[in-house]
Design a protein around this ligand. Structure first.
Ligand code: FES
Length: 442
């Protein structure tokens, strides 16, 4: 299949008469489309590489794999964050093989060339025979990725030097990130530990799943049963039933521009910031309610309610998920092939949180969001069932019409919490970039 054929193929199909928005299934299964996505999307958009709190000291580094490239995310000797290709400029060897560490210099294991943390080549081991001016122009220094920018300590890279700023790219997602960061009185930090797992499905299926309010009561019925059982016989029981009765209508999904979107909902799962439920244990009631009072003082009641009570499932196009639900997870989805993805996932929490609240947060994190929690295994099974279904049936289209055209436009920007506004925002942007209608360049 040539690029031209791909361009002329209708991937997103909108039919106003039928109020239908659908996506051709080859977009999840075709190796040719996957190759084109790498070139047209992953080489052009901002991709999350890591959080500044992961690099506490000068010389701290993390190795990351993004869009098929091995990269070094490092805090240099001056305290600046830098990102280099994890490949020696001598003969190309991968330099760091470990996931993280701290080093004064970056030393290639093959012939021993030494670079400083700013990427400058310091020494060619046994320099005899090399010209004195060999690196006068710096071409043997470590290669930096074209762009590196951060918003509220979330660092992103872009392989396109002409890309619009990260600030502009994030568009309406900045306000949601603000609400998540403002939970902390000091700063939000990545908590120790990283979870990495793979799924036999296209990466877009996990992006879609991460803010899909429509699947919650079906896929996660056992988790909801657990929450209800925990509330049984307490004053929270009636509240739980009321919230779940209204789940389909309370909250919303919102498009945030540039393909980003958020699901804002009210599952009464309890949140270390700042919503207490009996399942969390009586000892957490007062400290969590105190946190809510502090948010009201800092931001006023309306914003405090949004920060504390509203669960936010945010997807930054195309593959960063920040779920601020019973805990906060930051998930980077690495597409390995058209039907295989890898997830790196971290918990985020306020730096000032005491040990007990931190434990409650991490309990919420592993009980639902972790790969062995109530949520993730159920989701993973659904994604793999979708991928398997696509690969052996004759059906050509995935349907994403729920709540479409409520304002006369397929891309309706706001919908109910179970509508599919966010999926249409994602796919509309995907289609525009793949067809070259949005270059995301200055
Ligand atoms: Fe790195 Fe030779 S490949 S020093």
């Amino acid at each position: 299949m040539s690029e031209k054929n791909l361009e002329s193929m209708e991937i997103v199909d909108v039919d106003m008469g039928k109020r239908s928005f659908r996506v051709r299934r080859t977009a999840y299964t075709s190796p040719e489309i996957f190759e084109l996505e790498k070139k047209r999307i992953f080489d052009k958009v901002w991709l999350y590489i890591g959080h500044g709190s992961e690099l506490k000291k000068n010389g701290d580094f993390r190795t990351r794999r993004l869009a098929g490239r091995d990269l070094i995310f490092v805090r240099d000797k001056n305290g600046e964050v830098a990102v280099f290709y994890n490949s020696c400029t001598h003969r190309g060897a991968r330099i760091y093989r470990e996931p993280s560490g701290n080093a004064r210099n970056i030393v290639c294991p093959y012939h021993g060339w030494v670079f400083n943390t700013e990427g400058k080549l310091l020494s060619l081991k046994n320099e005899t025979g090399f010209g004195e001016k060999l690196n006068d122009d710096g071409h043997l220094d470590l290669i930096r990725v074209a762009r590196l920018e951060q918003y509220r300590n979330f660092y992103f890279i872009n392989f396109n030097p002409k890309a619009i700023s990260l600030h502009d790219y994030l568009a309406g997602a900045r306000d949601v990130i603000d609400a998540i960061c403002d939970q902390a009185e000091t700063e939000q930090i990545i908590l120790p530990g990283e979870q990495s797992y793979t799924v036999r499905a296209n990466y877009k299926y996990l992006a879609e799943n991460s803010y899909d309010g429509y699947h919650v009561t079906a896929t996660h019925a056992s988790y909801l049963d657990f929450l209800r059982d925990s509330a049984k016989g307490t004053p929270a029981e009636a509240k739980f039933d009321e919230v779940m009765r209204n789940y389909a209508t309370q909250g919303q999904v919102r498009s945030l521009g540039n393909g980003h979107a958020v699901l804002e909902s009210f599952v009464p799962s309890g949140r270390a910031v700042a919503q207490w439920t009996p399942a969390m244990g009586a000892k957490f009631k007062e400290p969590i309610e105190a946190k809510k009072r502090s948010l009201v003082e800092r931001f006023g009641p309306e914003r405090a309610d949004y920060i504390a009570e509203t669960q936010k499932n945010l997807v930054i196009f195309p593959n960063l998920v920040i779920n601020d639900i019973m805990a906060i997870t930051v998930r980077y989805i690495e597409p390995e092939s058209q039907n295989f993805l890898r997830v790196n996932s971290w918990a985020l929490g306020p730096a000032e949180e005491n040990e007990e609240l931190r434990a409650a947060r991490l309990d919420g994190y592993v009980s639902f969001l972790g790969p062995a929690g109530f949520g993730s295994p159920d989701d993973i099974e659904m994604l793999e069932l979708c991928q398997q279904g696509l690969e052996h049936t004759a059906g050509e289209w995935n349907e994403m019409s729920k709540g479409a055209f409520t304002d006369g436009d397929a891309r309706t920007l706001v919908g109910g919490p179970q509508d599919e506004v966010q999926l249409r925002a994602y796919w509309t942007q995907w289609d525009r970039i793949m067809r070259g209608l949005d270059t995301l360049e200055e």
